[in-house]
Ligand binder design. Structure first.
Ligand SMILES: NC(=O)c1ccc[n+]([C@@H]2O[C@H](COP(=O)([O-])OP(=O)(O)OC[C@H]3O[C@@H](n4cnc5c(N)ncnc54)[C@H](O)[C@@H]3O)[C@@H](O)[C@H]2O)c1
Length: 414
C-alpha cells in the first residue's frame, strides 16, 4: 500500500528531531553563503555518521535578506529563519551560535551570543584586529566561568585525517628535533584585474587580505602541528591591483559579478613571511591570491632530525613521511594513504581507500565541538588560540610596514 506523503513541514520536523535518547544541540547559524553551506553540511552530517552524545539540530539560520535566507534554509535543511542576528541570539530554542559572516561582525555577534548564554563557533580569522580578538577571548573566559559556555575558532584544516595524523606523529616524536616548517597557501582568483572588489578586499570588512584569509590557516596549522608557537616574523606584503570594479550586491562572495564603478582595494593581495619558533626551528609562509593556476593549494612540510612530513590539501587523503632512520639505500618519502579505520576520524567513514574531501573537515569540526560541549571540555582551537593567531597576523603587518624588520609576537600571559 502506498504511504501517505509527508508535508514539507512534517519532513522538516522529522529531519530536525533528535536521535532517540540523545539530547539535542540546537544550532543557530549566522550567514548562509560559502561557509554557511559548509557548516550546514557539517551540522547535518555529524550526528548521522558519528555516534554523538548530543544530536545537532539545524534550528535557525540567519541572513539579512528574507527571501535569500529562506531559500538557504530550504536548501540546507534549517527549520526556521531570522533576518537579524540579534533576534537569533534572543531565541531560547538556540544552544549554540555559529558565526559564518565576514570578520567585521564576528566580535559583536560572538560577545553578544556568549552574554546571552550560547556556546559559540566562530569562523576564522577570529576577528579583524587584535583588540577585537582580545574582547572575544575575555568574553569567552567570562562565559566559561559563569555558565560553562564554550567558544571555538573554526580552523577546520586541523580536522582532516591526514593533518590530524601529522599532529599525532609529530607529538609522538617521529620527526625528532624540528628544524624547518614550510607552508604555502596559494589561490589565483584575483589574477584578473577585472575581478570585482568584494568585502574580502576591504580592510573595514575583512581586516586584511590574503594574510587573514589564507595566512591565518597556515599559521594555525603550522603552530598546531608543530606543537609550539612562533616568536617573531619578518614580512613582505603587497597589493598588486589597487582599484577594481565594484561587486554586484553588498554581500557578494567569491563568485560575485561586477557592477558599475570601481572601488579601492585596501588589503594585501599577497603576504610572504619568515618566522622563528620557540624551539629555534625556522619557518616560511606564503599566502597569495595571485598564484596563477593554483586554486586552493595549501601545502605544509616539516623537517626534523629524525624525519620529515609533507601534506598537500589538493591530495588531502595522503601524508608523505620520510623516516631518517631507514637505511640510505631504501630511504625516501613514502605515501601514507590516510584512509585506515585507526587513522583519526576514519572509524566512522568508508572502507580503506575510499577517500574523504574538503567538506569532511566541517563534519569533524561539528563532531569535535559536540563532544566538547557534552563532556564539558574546552574545545581547541579556543578563542585564545584564535587571538594568538591574530597576534601573529598583526606582527606580520607591522613588520611589512617597517621594511620587513624582525618583529616579535606578543605572548601576554604565556
Ligand atoms: N574555514 C575556511 O576554510 C573558510 C573559508 C572561507 C571563508 N571563511 C571565513 O568564513 C567567514 C565568512 O566567509 P564566506 O566565504 O562564507 O563569505 P560569504 O561572502 O560567502 O558569506 C558571508 C555571509 O554572511 C552574511 N552576512 C554578512 N553580514 C551579515 C550580518 N551583519 N548579519 C547576517 N548575515 C550577514 C552574508 O549575507 C553571507 O550570507 C569569514 O570570516 C571567512 O574568513 C573560512
Amino acid at each position: 500500500m502506498e504511504q501517505p506523503q509527508q508535508s514539507a513541514e512534517q519532513e522538516r520536523a522529522a529531519e530536525a528531531a533528535p536521535r532517540a535518547g540523545r539530547p539535542p544541540l540546537r544550532v543557530g547559524m549566522v550567514g548562509y553563503a560559502f561557509m554557511g553551506a559548509a557548516h550546514s553540511q557539517g551540522w547535518r552530517t555529524a550526528g548521522r555518521v558519528f555516534d554523538l552524545p548530543r544530536q545537532p539540530v539545524l534550528a535557525v539560520i540567519c541572513g539579512r535578506d528574507a527571501t535569500a535566507v529562506q531559500a538557504a534554509a530550504d536548501r540546507h535543511g534549517w527549520a526556521a529563519v531570522e533576518t537579524d542576528w540579534r533576534a537569533l541570539i534572543a531565541r531560547d530554542d538556540v544552544d549554540l551560535v555559529d558565526i559564518c559572516t565576514p570578520g567585521d561582525s564576528h566580535a559583536e555577534i560572538a560577545v553578544a551570543a556568549l552574554a546571552a548564554g550560547k556556546h559559540v563557533l566562530c569562523e576564522k580569522p577570529l576577528a579583524n584586529s587584535v583588540q577585537e580578538a582580545e574582547a572575544m577571548t575575555a568574553a569567552a573566559e567570562e562565559a566559561y566561568r559563569r555558565g560553562r559556555l564554550l567558544a571555538m575558532t573554526g580552523f577546520n584544516y586541523r580536522r582532516l585525517p591526514a593533518t590530524a595524523l601529522a599532529r599525532r606523529m609529530i607529538a609522538d616524536g617521529r620527526l625528532g628535533t624540528l628544524r624547518h616548517v614550510r607552508a604555502t597557501y596559494l589561490q589565483d582568483w584575483l589574477v584578473d584585474p577585472k575581478a570585482p572588489q568584494t568585502w574580502r578586499l576591504r580592510k573595514e570588512s575583512a581586516g586584511s587580505g590574503a594574510l587573514g584569509d589564507l595566512g591565518a590557516h597556515i599559521v594555525d596549522l603550522a603552530q598546531y602541528l608543530a606543537g609550539e608557537k612562533l616568536t617573531g616574523v619578518s614580512a613582505l606584503t603587497e597589493t598588486f591591483v589597487r582599484e577594481r570594479p565594484l561587486a554586484h550586491g553588498h554581500a557578494a562572495g567569491l563568485s560575485a559579478g561586477p557592477a558599475a564603478g570601481t572601488g579601492a582595494v585596501t588589503v594585501d593581495d599577497a603576504a610572504l613571511f619568515t618566522g622563528r619558533f620557540a624551539s629555534g626551528a625556522l619557518a616560511s609562509f606564503e599566502a597569495t591570491r595571485y598564484a596563477t593556476g593554483h586554486k586552493n593549494a595549501l601545502r605544509i612540510e616539516f623537517n626534523g632530525d629524525r624525519g620529515s612530513l609533507a601534506f598537500d590539501l589538493e591530495r588531502l587523503n595522503e601524508l608523505w613521511f620520510h623516516d631518517a632512520g631507514q637505511p640510505g639505500a631504501e630511504a625516501g618519502f613514502r605515501r601514507i594513504l590516510v584512509t585506515e579505520p585507526d587513522h583519526p576520524y576514519l572509524d566512522a567513514w568508508w572502507p580503506p581507500g575510499h577517500g574523504l574531501g574538503y567538506e569532511h573537515s566541517f563534519v569533524h569540526q561539528a563532531r569535535d565541538l559536540v563532544h566538547a560541549i557534552a563532556e564539558d571540555r574546552r574545545p581547541e582551537p579556543s578563542f585564545a588560540d584564535g587571538l594568538q593567531v591574530q597576534r601573529v597576523l598583526a606582527a606580520v603587518e607591522e613588520s611589512a610596514e617597517k621594511n620587513s624588520v624582525y618583529t616579535p609576537i606578543a605572548h601576554p600571559g604565556l
